[in-house]
Design a protein around this ligand. Structure first.
Ligand SMILES: C[S@@+](CC[C@H](N)C(=O)[O-])C[C@H]1O[C@@H](n2cnc3c(N)ncnc32)[C@H](O)[C@@H]1O
Length: 282
């Protein structure tokens, strides 16, 4: 069941009213509402931009860097970015052919993405995200998408926005890999923004089903040690995470900004304000 999940930023399916390019999927932990605040803390100048935990891409689409290197461990998501970058119109056309009914949803949910062309794979990904319950992307331990039908009457995409996303992605490199592989490519003068699955008291991240594997305490330790290495070679970075003792200890000695965020706390859409951290080495 879904009811114990902590879900952030419930307005993600709403179109951006500020004229920004906005994510084409709703993503748990997505930073659409916070992105302008976060970006105001970023260095004013850097060479290449790196974002190893890309997710829905709300920060990337706010920064709109000239040259970017991004990754996520979710291969279906990364393929979807690639398809939109390559030919957004073909993805839109494939989406237009998918019906928003429970019957059609259940059929599409069963299809293994690897059996489809890149364009159709992307269309199925966006379709499932827009028609499933609360727009969650969640897979089981076998990596199968397992969210129920949501019965929402909304369009799957906006052509204007999809075109803008595609334009914004033309100088973005995508990899499906672990964050370490991407971030270690950064050089002196580059900037890396890390937005990992948040650490939660109890040892696991607050939401662990973006991919078939989980993001554990040792991964947070691994991230902190990578940040020390990057710091030593003159790479600037910022890390978002929960305001917890472990995170404060792992990053002791760096700069902390407390950022106020609204989080949904249960299925009845109650929300509360929480403070989260943006940690910086500059
Ligand atoms: C909090 S979300 C990022 C949200 C994103 N900033 C946004 O605004 O939509 C974290 C992302 O990290 C990805 N992820 C989890 N473990 C990873 C790993 N070891 N390496 C790279 N990405 C990983 C998840 O698939 C998820 O998309």
């Amino acid at each position: 069941m879904l009811n114990s999940e902590v879900i952030q930023n419930r307005n993600l399916e709403r179109e951006d009213v500020n004229g920004r390019v906005y994510p084409f999927v709703k993503w748990v932990g997505g930073k659409q509402a916070l992105a302008p605040t976060l970006v105001s803390y970023f260095p004013k100048k850097f060479n290449n931009y790196f974002e190893p935990f890309l997710g829905g891409g709300s920060v990337l689409l706010t920064v709109l860097p000239d040259q970017a290197y991004t990754s996520d461990q979710n291969s279906w998501l990364i393929d979807t970015y690639k398809a939109i970058k390559e030919n957004w119109k073909a993805v839109a056309k494939a989406l237009d052919g998918l019906e928003n009914t429970k019957e059609s949803f259940l059929k599409i949910r069963k299809v293994q993405p690897e059996t489809l062309t890149l364009t159709k794979r992307a269309a199925h990904f966006i379709y499932l995200n827009k028609t499933c319950f609360r727009g969650l992307f969640r897979v089981n331990q076998q990596g199968q998408f397992n969210v129920p039908y949501g019965e929402y009457d909304r369009r799957y995409y906006s052509p204007e926005n999809l075109e803008s996303v595609s334009k914004a992605l033309q100088h973005v490199n995508f990899q499906c890999c672990d964050f370490e592989e991407t971030a270690t490519q950064a050089k002196k003068g580059d900037f890396v923004y890390f937005d990992p699955p948040y650490f939660k008291l109890g040892g696991y991240s607050d939401f662990n089903r973006y991919t078939a594997s989980q993001f554990r305490e040792m991964d947070h330790v691994r991230l902190a040690s990578l940040c020390n290495e990057l710091d030593a070679v003159g790479v600037k970075w910022a890390v978002s995470n929960s305001d917890t003792q472990l995170i404060r200890t792992l990053f002791a000695g760096y700069k902390f900004a407390e950022i106020s965020a609204r989080r949904e706390i249960n299925l009845k859409s109650q929300s509360r304000s929480v403070v989260e951290l943006l940690i910086m080495n500059y």
